[in-house]
Design a protein around this ligand. Structure first.
Ligand code: NAD
Length: 440
């Protein structure tokens, strides 16, 4: 079959979605609103606000992929490069059926704030493909990934833009991405390209600790909060939405601290176990079966009931726009640590704040992933392999330091934690824009 996208019998472009429709969630608008509010607090000059309100580059590629049936499908891929004043663009690759250009713009901007808050020498980016990775074969997934990376070409690179895993992608995806990129450069330069992506398997140039890094960072944030709030984690109950990379590692690591996971949910449904799940067993089940569906040691409940389960902590670890008015009024917890990006709507957040629920915001809480990605990138540049204990110690130090920066800002400006995270990030970006000026 021809690879061209014209003529009869050619399928629609997979993933051809742009801005949100009238009933869709305006994630990018929400992020722009937080940017505006935090800009007012730090008195950010108009020209910097304008720069940060839009991504620097919006790259859209179309590429054909041969499916197992022998047919060709044309896919649409995105890479949004929000800002690179602090260093190379950095951010995940998402494969999800609901992703849109505007979602990637929102997520890319959040990466800029995250890297700035964490003091990393990176800017922000995000990208991916709007399709459901669960309905294609492993071979198809590999071909889709390789053609996507090939289509991005020199728009990514170890000194320019460095992708990583996000929803629907993992270390295997990154190994294919690195290998594809390496094969596009001159032979003598291939080994130097290992840092083109992070989140690779350890054996293929990845770092110890990256797979669980985001969950580990969520846990450091919760532990930091608990210590400062005289909140003993032992015996406390947790509910987790999303049991993929972030959700499962957070749950397992918190269970090591004596926390009981009493309800979990994913794209297939929700389960309750008031005695607490064996998180290791559940994680192994999900690893083997792809979801929590059919796990025997839990009672099936509705999404509505999940949000009403009495607990102490909630970790949203699925996707944006999950906690609106109903969920915010239903939740019976004291603290929420955002493993996912943007899980609370502004209305949901306002209700929770009014109800006295502490929110540990995404920009800090899930920044462990990009922080350990930075360690991986440094190790690749130096041809080093740090041991797991070193990675863990550094991550804890970096998470605690960022938590303190958030607290200091919140205290100084009498604002909430989310705006404080944005504020710390904007102050750093402001300083660099002032120092460097605008070309020419
Ligand atoms: P993943 O693909 O490993 O897991 C996603 C989980 O969410 C799965 O359990 C899936 O079933 C569930 N899910 C999907 N749609 C759902 C729905 N409509 N309702 C309920 N559950 C649903 O992805 P991940 O890497 O764990 O990412 C989860 C979130 O964490 C995303 O918001 C991502 O941007 C964020 N995040 C991930 C990383 C990382 O290192 N992977 C870093 C920072 C932030």
């Amino acid at each position: 079959m021809s690879e061209s996208n014209s003529g009869p019998g050619v399928p629609d472009v997979i993933g051809a979605s742009e801005a949100p429709g009238p009933n869709q969630y305006d994630f990018f608008g929400v992020i722009q609103d937080y940017l505006n509010r935090a800009s007012d607090i730090v008195d950010l000059p108009g020209y910097i606000r304008a720069i940060l309100s839009q991504p620097k580059n919006e790259i859209i590629v179309h590429f054909p992929v041969r499916m197992d049936t022998g047919e060709y499908h044309l896919f649409k891929g995105y890479r949004i490069q929000h800002n690179n004043i602090l260093g190379p663009y950095k951010g995940g690759i998402r494969y999800h059926e609901s992703a849109s250009l505007d979602d990637f713009k929102a997520l890319a901007a959040m990466m800029t704030w995250k890297c700035a808050l964490m003091n990393l020498p990176f800017g922000g980016a995000k990208g991916g493909i709007k399709f459901n990775p669960r309905v294609v074969s492993a071979d198809e997934l590999q071909r889709i990934t390789r053609r996507f990376v090939h289509a991005l070409g020199s728009n990514i690179g170890p000194d320019y833009d460095i992708p990583a895993p996000d929803m629907g992608t993992n270390s295997q995806t990154m190994a294919w991405a690195m290998d594809t990129f390496m094969n596009t450069v001159a032979m003598a330069n291939r080994a130097a390209m290992a840092g083109v992506v992070t989140g690779k398997p350890v054996t293929s140039g990845g770092t110890h600790g990256r797979t669980r890094a985001t969950g580990q960072g969520v846990v450091h944030t919760i532990v930091d909060w608990a210590e400062r709030s005289a909140f003993d984690l032992k015996g406390k109950r947790l509910i987790v939405q999303g049991f993929g990379n972030v959700g499962s590692h957070t749950a397992v690591l918190l269970s090591h601290l004596g926390v009981s996971v009493v309800a979990v949910g994913d794209h297939t449904g929700y389960l309750h176990n008031k005695e607490g799940f064996n998180t290791h067993r559940l994680a192994a089940y999900v690893e083997q079966n792809g979801s929590i569906r059919g796990y025997p040691n839990g009672e099936t409940i509705s999404r509505e009931d999940f949000f009403k389960i009495p607990a102490d902590m909630f970790v949203p670890a699925a996707m944006e726009n999950q906690v609106g008015e109903f969920e915010a009024e239903s939740l019976q917890v004291r603290v929420i640590a955002e493993g996912a990006n943007g899980p609370l709507t502004p209305r949901g957040e306002a209700i929770l704040e009014q109800r006295g629920v502490t929110i540990l915001p995404d920009v800090l809480a899930n920044a462990g992933g990009v922080t350990v990605s930075y360690y991986e990138w440094v190790q690749n540049r130096r041809s080093e392999q740090w041991n797991a204990a070193d990675v863990e110690l550094r991550l804890e130090g970096d998470m605690r330091a960022a938590y303190q920066r958030m607290l200091d800002f919140a205290d100084r400006h009498k604002c909430g934690y989310r705006l404080a995270c944005y504020g710390v990030a904007l102050e750093r970006l402001f300083t660099v824009y002032k120092e460097r000026g605008i070309f020419p």
